[in-house]
Design a binder for this molecule. Structure first.
Ligand code: TYD
Length: 210
C-alpha cells in the first residue's frame, strides 16, 4: 500500500468540491489509510485566525497574498508535514493554486512574486518544494457557479465577487495546470453529483496507481 499522499481540491466558489472531499476521506479510510482532512486558509488555530482576516477584511492584494502564505506556512509546518511524515493521506480543501487563482488571477497580483513566495513558504526539509501529489480541479463555468451560490449562505468577501472575477480565477487555474500538468486532474463539475464523483474516483485511482 502506498504511504503518504497529498491531494488538494480546487475550483471557483460554488464548484461543489466539499461533498467530494468528505466522500474521498471515507473512501481512503475504507481502504485502511489514516486520513488527515484539512483546509486552507486555515487548518490550525492560528491559521484559522488568518482565514478570518482574509475572508472578511478588505486589504491590498500583496497583504492578502502574504496572509494566505502566512496561513499556509503555519499549516504546512503544524499539520501537513507531520501528517505526511506519519504516512497519512492528506486531503486539503484548497492549497497554493488557490492563491495563484484568486490573488494572481482574480486580483491581478504579480504571478512571479507569488512564485517566489511559493518557493519560500513551501520549502520544507523533506522535499525541495512541497506540492500536492494530485490536485483535483473542479472546473465549472462561473455563470453556473453563480446560480448555485444564490441559494447558499451569506457570501464572504470572495463569494460576493462578480462573475468577471471568477472568469479570471478560472483562467488562472488553467494557467497553473498548464505550468504543472502532471499533478493536475481537471474534473468537469458541470454534471450531476454522481457523475462528478465517478470522475473523481477515476482521477484518484489513475494517479494513485501511477
Ligand atoms: P472555501 O475554500 O470555498 O471554503 P468554504 O467552503 O467555507 O466557502 O473558501 C475559501 C475562500 O478563500 C475561497 O473564496 C477562496 C479563497 N482563497 C484565496 O483567495 N486564496 C487562497 O490562497 C486560498 C487558499 C483561498
Amino acid at each position: 500500500m502506498r504511504q503518504s499522499w497529498f491531494v488538494s481540491f480546487e475550483g471557483i466558489d460554488g464548484a461543489g468540491k466539499s461533498t467530494h472531499i468528505e466522500g474521498l476521506a471515507a473512501w481512503f479510510k475504507g481502504k485502511g489509510h489514516a486520513v488527515t482532512l484539512t483546509r486552507e486558509p486555515g487548518g490550525t488555530p492560528l491559521a484559522e485566525k488568518f482565514r478570518d482576516l482574509a475572508l472578511h477584511e478588505s486589504m491590498d492584494a500583496l497583504t492578502e497574498a502574504l496572509v494566505m502564505f502566512a496561513a499556509r506556512r503555519e499549516h504546512l509546518m503544524q499539520v501537513i508535514e507531520p501528517a505526511l511524515a506519519r504516512g497519512d493521506v492528506v486531503l486539503c480543501d484548497r492549497f497554493t493554486d488557490a492563491t495563484f487563482a484568486y490573488q494572481g488571477g482574480g486580483r491581478g497580483f504579480d504571478w512571479e512574486v507569488l512564485q517566489s513566495l511559493e518557493r519560500m513558504v513551501q520549502h520544507v526539509p523533506a522535499s525541495v518544494l512541497r506540492q500536492p501529489d494530485l490536485t483535483l480541479w473542479f472546473d465549472l463555468p462561473p455563470e453556473v457557479a453563480a446560480q448555485r451560490l444564490t441559494t447558499a449562505r451569506v457570501p464572504d468577501k470572495f463569494e460576493s465577487q462578480p462573475q468577471s472575477f471568477f472568469r479570471e480565477v478560472r483562467s488562472a487555474y488553467a494557467r497553473r495546470m498548464a505550468e504543472m500538468p502532471k499533478r493536475f486532474a481537471q474534473i468537469d463539475a458541470n454534471q450531476s453529483r454522481d457523475a462528478v464523483w465517478h470522475d473523481v474516483l477515476i482521477a484518484v485511482q489513475r494517479a494513485y496507481q501511477a
